[in-house]
Design a protein around this ligand. Structure first.
Ligand SMILES: CC(C)(COP(=O)(O)OP(=O)(O)OC[C@H]1O[C@@H](n2cnc3c(N)ncnc32)[C@H](O)[C@@H]1OP(=O)(O)O)[C@@H](O)C(=O)NCCC(=O)NCCS
Length: 159
């Protein structure tokens, strides 16, 4: 049966934190109020959020689907759900390998200097984590910055 996609509830908070930490994604700012989740048989199996930063920036992040539930379009459905009602500019800090994937929602690569301070901070913090990964002997992720809509200097989304 397809998982239920719904806005997160307060009771989902600890499962969200566990899921996001399991993939070593940015562990900050994990407020259930910003999350949309996928629920299968009463268990949280996927999550994504749009962070609302104090400087007004919107940032899609914390996208995780539990390994046993991958490749069933759950991530795609979660992204569709959170972007459906967002007309503002949305930023993503993600691995370089993911650029092609997000193009489907109109995201294009952006230069860090064009990003709001909050997003630039997350991008730089993520890049700094590369050194932590190297020290731990884990393959580091090469991050990039993506943006969709809204900024006058960027091309329109392609679809
Ligand atoms: C990336 C992830 C969320 C995809 O979840 P999923 O439910 O399996 O994805 P879907 O079934 O909707 O996606 C179908 C395809 O898009 C790819 N995809 C989905 N989300 C993606 C993403 N954010 N970046 C890159 N590729 C992605 C999947 O790998 C899959 O490709 P394939 O059919 O060629 O194998 C999941 O693998 C995961 O949790 N990975 C670890 C955490 C992570 O990397 N999060 C992304 C941070 S930006």
């Amino acid at each position: 049966m397809r998982p239920l996609i719904r806005p997160a509830l307060a009771d989902d908070q600890s499962a969200i934190v566990t899921l996001v930490r399991s993939e070593r994604l940015n562990p900050t700012n994990l407020d259930w109020r910003r999350f949309t989740v996928a629920i299968s048989d009463g268990t949280l199996v996927g999550a994504v959020q749009v962070r609302h930063h104090k400087d007004g920036a919107r940032e899609l992040g914390s996208l995780v689907v539990k390994p046993a539930f991958r490749r069933q379009s759950i991530a795609k459905t979660l992204i569709d759900a959170v972007l459906r009602d967002v007309s503002d500019t949305v930023w993503i800090v993600t691995g370089r390998d993911n650029v092609g994937h997000y193009a489907a929602w109109g995201f294009v690569q952006a230069k860090p200097r064009m990003a709001p301070r909050s997003v630039r901070f997350n991008y730089r913090a993520g890049r700094a984590m590369r050194f932590v990964s190297l020290l731990r002997g884990v393959k580091p992720k090469y991050l990039t910055l993506l943006v969709r809509n809204g900024h006058p200097d960027w091309p329109s989304p392609s679809g």
